[in-house]
Write a protein that binds this ligand. Structure first.
Ligand SMILES: Nc1nc2c(ncn2[C@@H]2O[C@H](COP(=O)(O)OP(=O)(O)OP(=O)(O)O)[C@@H](O)[C@H]2O)c(=O)[nH]1
Length: 272
């Protein structure tokens, strides 16, 4: 079955996400109480209006009947409606979660990373601000999988993501790029700052005391650093430079940091 073109896909009305979040935050109980209150006042007003219009009937009886009907119907259908809205909101939150996060490591997934970084990158370029991109690849990861199994490999990836995240600021974006490769976007970070971050991450992973089945598993990562340059016309150019730097780090023996451009004197040992 073919999927409909994007403009024919169903779009929720603008108020629905807002209302869903409100119901989730306040709870169905208090939402229902508010709804019943509003409907009760309206039903009372309507019953009195009808009595006035037809010019006969007992106002008290009309008020009691209208209240009983309105509250009974609202309690049942209001509850079902609010539960539906709450369910829809929770489903939307779950979809958002799966659409943006990598299920194994809990970091951003590649798609979300590219969307976020594309925005940040454009802003940095427009306002001439520093930013940098790191690519980090686990060294000899295939050996870990082969020697200890893929469950061990998965656990190691989670640990690497965790300790890497600990070295970053809140504004930095960490993502699992593919397989055993991670990407980090560093806004407002000059080339030397980016090198420091990369070196800190490398050290942190090297110090990770990871064991599996009571056997120590040595772990290290290689990192490539690229800083935003005038000739980077698109984000892909920046990624390409970080990738080349990563390739150099692998070629230089792994467990090290290499940078593509933008280095200051005194840090030449990092250069390609
Ligand atoms: N356990 C696990 N393994 C993965 C995952 N994604 C990719 N891999 C494995 O990671 C391994 C990557 O191997 P290579 O590309 O040869 O890289 P490497 O062994 O790290 O070697 P270098 O990068 O050159 O240091 C492959 O065996 C993949 O199957 C994952 O999510 N979990």
């Amino acid at each position: 079955m073919s999927t409909p073109p994007p403009d024919l896909e169903p779009v929720a009305p603008a108020w629905l996400p807002w209302f869903g979040q409100l119901v989730t935050r306040r709870g169905v109980g208090s939402g229902l109480a508010m709804l019943c209150g509003v409907v009760w006042v309206l039903s009372l007003a309507l019953s009195q209006l009808v009595i006035s219009l037809i010019g006969r009937g007992d106002r008290l009886v009309a008020a009691i009947c209208a209240s009983a009907c309105a509250l009974g119907i609202t309690a049942v259908f209001g509850y079902l409606f609010l539960r539906l809205v709450q369910f829809q909101d929770q489903a939307r939150a779950r979809v958002d979660h799966h659409a943006t996060l990598d299920p194994l490591t809990g970091t951003c997934n590649r798609r979300h990373f590219m969307q976020t970084v594309d925005r940040e990158w454009s802003r940095a370029k427009r306002y001439n601000m520093d930013c940098a991109l790191l690519l980090m690849d686990v060294d000899h990861f295939k050996r870990v999988n082969d020697a200890h199994g893929s469950l061990c490999g998965d656990r190691l990836l989670r640990e690497i993501a965790r300790v890497s995240g600990e070295t970053l600021r809140q504004a930095d974006v960490l993502a699992r790029f593919e397989g055993e490769e991670f990407a980090v976007f560093l806004p407002h970070t000059d080339p030397l700052g980016a090198l420091d971050v990369a070196e800190r991450m490398r050290e942190r992973v090297e110090q990770l005391q990871f064991s599996w089945d009571e056997r120590d598993v040595p772990v290290s990562v290689s990192l490539g650093v690229a800083s935003l340059q005038y000739e980077h016309l698109t984000l892909d150019h920046l990624i390409h430079d970080a990738d080349e730097a990563l390739y150099s780090a692998k070629a230089a023996g792994r467990n090290c940091v290499r940078a593509k451009l933008g280095l200051q004197p005194g840090h030449s040992s990092y250069a390609l």
